[in-house]
Design a protein. Structure first.
Length: 630
């Protein structure tokens, strides 16, 4: 054990020094938030539609997309997606041609074309965002799953079975511009638009099958429409105006819609559908905001869907303190000041279901002032915890943030990500791929576990509080039969199980509790032969644990942190895991860059460039504080 502790101590010192060195002058950390090639492709397409004169960026995005192509001609969402991803390949193929830097006769384009046609062509694309981009640029009809939803749903009052604010905030800001475009059957093209008609297979039905549940939802929508008073034309004009205002009122200061690149791209196209000029100031500002989301790493450029600056800064500030960096260290002081300056003070959409709570939360991105979330807020509160005990300014900030977190508990006892009690199952009947995850924002094991961990370890709440009891009960009831928990925002069962176990331990459950033992035993059963842990993104789609077959730094760190919380003494399995974790920190291959952040199952995964430092440092620090103080 002595050798392990020495290695742990050395690695903590090295990681801490590296992270402090990477801090920016304003106190923030700015690591890349990489999301595959999807946003790169959409930006190329949009910039060509708008005739944006940024050839350097377009060329760099083109080259990055081309570099990601696999030998068989396809693109994948993650390295072990062996058969490729049709939606991703269509996005890449379209963007490469639209950029003008690839030609239909190029060998990589020919390989991609063969793959797309072999998979049924454009009609088999699953991603609703890809379908929307294709339809908006004249490559296919608007899908029934969007065009069958009337704009008038934006006018439905809260007491209707379906009303717009029962959808999650994420789905609303993407669905609104799509509904506007589908309503107008909008399609825009230029002289440079590639013709993808040869990729449409007439034998493949491009529409999703309509289920009985989806038809029942449509019946509710029609029943709602029948209750409106006035002429259909007047009502439709009011709905169109409501949709336009919905988008305009949620534009951030950088010009983006809700600080997401994906929704911003759709919004710009929707504004064109509403007859805005391509050079309108709102569109110009949106383009500027999108351009600022680029990230350059190792000589390559990619577009971030929403830079993770606040999230990374909060987590790094916290883990540095767990690693025993003093609270009066200049890095901690600057980071804490930065985080307090990012605390939100606006009552936005989150307050519709939580009207009696004052603002005081944090969002994911620096430009995000309207869309805070529970995870970022507890991360920021962990980061400023020590300073809140000695500063009235920090104490006031802490109290507002804590109050917001407490108020966000759902009726079922768990915590959501963004908005309270937005979990109507009916909305998951939308015939949209990923609707079950995107349409609603229910309680999740990772959010609930991390919130309980924060409340128990940092806010001093214990099992005597009804709020803790309800959160604990929710987690106990949602453990899988094998002992794991599903995690929504990380990959996936390892992530959820780590959050649940550390949360339940902080909530007061004993390590001998059957639930904790079962969860720890599951982690030990899936440990790799090399001592680490690794889980495939396929788990997220199949809703069952799928081993990666290799170990990744962040997933190994999550598993170790959970076991350290549950094990009063170090075990050989934990020590073996620690040594594998340390070794991985000196490697640089596909395993160290494997995407372990989840966005939308089967469609969107993220590689946080910060995660290979944050979570290993946390696990190593907890190993030392739990087992090495003597």
């Amino acid at each position: 054990m002595g050798n392990v502790l020495r290695s742990v101590h050395e690695e903590i010192e090295r990681l801490s020094a590296y992270l402090i060195q990477q801090q920016h002058q304003d106190g923030s950390w700015r690591f890349c938030f990489e999301n595959g090639i999807v946003i790169d492709a959409y930006v190329i397409i949009l910039f060509r539609v708008l005739n944006v004169p940024d050839e350097d960026l377009i060329r760099r995005l083109h080259d990055r997309i081309l570099d990601e192509q696999r030998p068989n001609g396809f693109w994948s969402l993650y390295p072990d997606e062996k058969e490729g991803n049709l939606s991703s390949t269509v996005e890449a193929y379209y963007a490469l041609l639209y950029s003008g830097y690839s030609k239909t006769t190029d060998e990589p384009i020919q390989r991609a074309k063969r793959y797309i046609k072999a998979r049924g062509g454009l009609g088999n694309v699953s991603s609703i965002l890809t379908k929307a981009i294709l339809a908006a640029t004249g490559q296919r009809k608007w899908p029934l799953s969007i065009s069958s939803i009337p704009l008038e749903v934006l006018l439905f009052p809260k007491y209707f079975p379906i009303n717009y604010f029962e959808f999650s905030g994420y789905s609303r800001v993407h669905l609104t511009p799509m509904l506007v475009m589908a309503d107008r059957r909008f399609a825009v093209s230029t002289e440079y638009t590639p013709d993808l008609s040869d990729l449409m297979d007439p034998r493949v039905d491009a529409e999703e099958p309509v289920s009985g549940e989806y038809q029942a939802m449509q019946d509710d929508i029609q029943a709602g429409l029948g209750r409106f008073l006035g002429t259909p034309r007047h009502i439709h004009e009011a709905a169109t105006s409501r949709a336009e205002q919905f988008m305009l009122q949620r534009i951030e200061s950088d010009g983006t819609l809700y600080s997401y690149a994906s929704s911003t791209i759709l919004m710009v196209l929707a504004l064109l559908a509403l007859d805005y000029d391509r050079k309108h100031p709102l569109i110009a500002k949106a383009v500027h905001g999108l351009t600022a989301m680029q990230c350059k790493v190792d000589g390559r450029t990619t577009m971030q869907n929403s830079p993770s600056t606040v999230w990374d800064t909060a987590l790094i500030t916290y883990v540095l303190q767990e690693a025993r960096t003093a609270q009066d260290h200049m890095a901690i002081q600057r980071a804490s000041d930065y985080l307090v300056s990012m605390q939100q003070d606006t009552k936005a959409d989150w307050s519709i279901h939580n009207p009696d709570t004052e603002p005081g939360a944090w969002g994911f991105s620096e430009s995000n002032t309207l869309n805070p979330d529970v995870d970022d807020t507890t991360a920021a509160l962990r980061a400023i915890h020590t300073r809140s005990t000695s500063s009235t300014v920090y104490r006031a900030s802490w109290n507002r943030g804590l109050n917001w977190v407490l108020s966000m508990q759902n009726q079922d006892g768990g915590w959501p990500a963004f908005e309270k009690n937005t979990n109507k199952k009916m909305l998951t009947w939308l015939a949209i791929d990923g609707a079950k995850s995107a349409a609603i924002d229910p309680s999740e094991a990772d959010l609930t576990g991390r919130t309980l961990e924060f409340l128990g370890n940092f806010a001093g709440l214990d099992s005597k509080h009804a709020l803790i009891q309800r959160g604990t009960k929710w987690l106990l009831e949602h453990q899988e039969k094998d002992g794991s928990w599903y995690g929504r925002w990380g990959v996936c069962y390892i992530y959820g199980t780590w959050a649940a176990l550390t949360g339940l331990k902080a909530a007061g459950l004993s390590s001998s509790h059957e639930t904790l033992k079962k969860g720890a035993e599951w982690l030990l059963r899936i440990q790799n032969a090399d001592g680490g842990w690794g889980e495939s993104c396929q788990s997220d789609r199949l809703l069952r644990y799928v081993p990666l077959g290799e170990s990744t730094p962040s997933q190994t760190a999550w598993a170790l942190d959970a076991l350290i919380a549950c094990e009063p003494k170090p075990t050989s399995a934990v020590d073996q895991g620690i040594l594998r974790l340390i070794a991985s920190l000196h490697e640089n291959d596909w395993k160290t860059s494997y995407p372990t952040g989840a966005g939308l199952p089967g469609n969107f995964y993220s590689h946080y460039h910060s995660y290979r430092y944050i979570w290993p440092l946390l696990a190593l620090s907890h190993y030392k504080s739990s087992y090495g103080e003597e």
